[in-house]
Ligand binder design. Sequence first.
Ligand code: NDP
Length: 514
Amino acid sequence: MESQVERRRERLVCRNPLTGAELADVPVMGRDEVRALVAAAREAQTAWAGRSLPERARALDRLRRSLAARAVEIAEVIRSETGKVHGEALSEVAVACDNLAYLKRAAPSFLLGRRASTAWLLHRRARVTYEPYGVIGVITPWNYPFAISMSAVGTALAAGNAVVLKPSEYTHLTGELVASIIKEVIGLEGLVGLATGDGRTGAALIEAGVDKIAFTGSTATGRKIMAAAAESLTPVVLELGGKDAMIVCADADVERAARGAVWAAFYGCGQVCMSVERAYVVESVYDDFVAAAVAEARRVRTSDEPEAMVGSLVAAFQLDKVKAHLQDAQSKGARVLLGGRGIAGAGYFFEPTVIVDVDHSMDLMREETFGPVLPIMRVADEEEAVRLANDSTFGLDASVWSRDRAKARRIADRLEVGTALINDHLINYAIPDLPFGGARCSGFGRVHGLEGLREFARPKSWVEDRLAPRREMHWFEEGGSGEERVRALLNLRHGDGLSTRVRAAWRLLLSLRR
Ligand code: NDP
């Protein structure tokens, strides 16, 4: 099969991974075109930010209703570009709708601003407001092209920003759909611009004068983004790769844990940033867990039928990476118990694979595989499991499986990750009130929740007068640095004992009368 994306001069041809059919032929936008998009977005932003918070929230709610009404059509486009099964493609729309519903409810209060206390300046008033940054550059990957783009763009809009969206070269049509539906519903020309192209276009967006970058993608690209953004000190949110661990304790419900592991390892063909990519199973339940996982994995139907459980990998490069990781692991002693091969025919299908006798010398346990592979490692006890789970450059999510939730929480507390789950995995992204993001090389900054909303709003602090005396005690006083007053004030507020404070108050009063 031809490469899914081929380059024709400065245009990209995007193909359906299931059929090889040409889907789109789009220009690779260069610096000038991207700058023009940013300029148009900046103009639209003024009008958009001029709308009140409740007005913006209502617009996002209309957007939610429009997505829900067009969910099947959107899911078809997602499937055509990614090879996902219907259920998974549709769940992207559901997640996006839930997030918009959350934004409608939460944004007006979260972004309303707050009063601040004024310390010793009792005759002052202080507050914080949350201002839009201006234009946000949103750069997204191919694996959840709709949910991730809509989530970042929707949140940026809620905070009063405009956006230029650069979708992955594999998922132009989905990106186009995000921009066009928003245009239809909100109607402001240029509010969400679409930068078509490849990595060069993404790089151009960073140099185009945007006010913040929200990037979701691999750790390798995240490093480049941060380096490029450092030139202009453009702030960045980086949502990067993962290598999620699950820990199965001796007292886990083993059958349930095995079913959960198979789902979380193979859902999305394993191409989810928080897929289970490592299972650490305590010795006493290891054999039962492995047997249950293999039995469950046999049930997983992978094919090009829309109603299969698992669809295609997105492109040949993903297939090659999965094969390379398995080959490396097998050459170092790992044993494949199920699967392990590509599936012949159109598309980039790979058998659901369960592999054991793995260790941390293997790429499979250290690098992001992003394929339908469940590596299971035997550990002596939970202590060893925690050590191995933390032995990773990544820190996105991790889960602990145990019947004793208090114990599971204590274990999860020691895992250096952005999200800890007990007796489930993956599902946190579907909870829009929960901030989502990583630790370590999985990135920083958050999407979703209060913290995610505030990523797109710059806090602005205000101080104003309640009373305006002719002179202020902190202004220059005649003939000195004001040391006496500062000392008196310091002792008044922080001095040890009542008598020190009373003396300090008296001195302060005297100094003010002078
Ligand atoms: P990439 O890092 O390859 O690409 C992500 C985006 O960045 C694409 O739009 C890409 O464009 C663009 N890009 C590439 N090079 C540059 C550059 N130099 N400057 C600016 N933009 C650039 O990631 P993938 O698309 O392969 O996505 C998979 C990765 O995303 C995995 O590592 C996965 O874990 C991670 N991910 C993380 C999530 C999270 O929330 N933490 C969620 C989902 C995925 P183009 O594709 O056109 O080259």
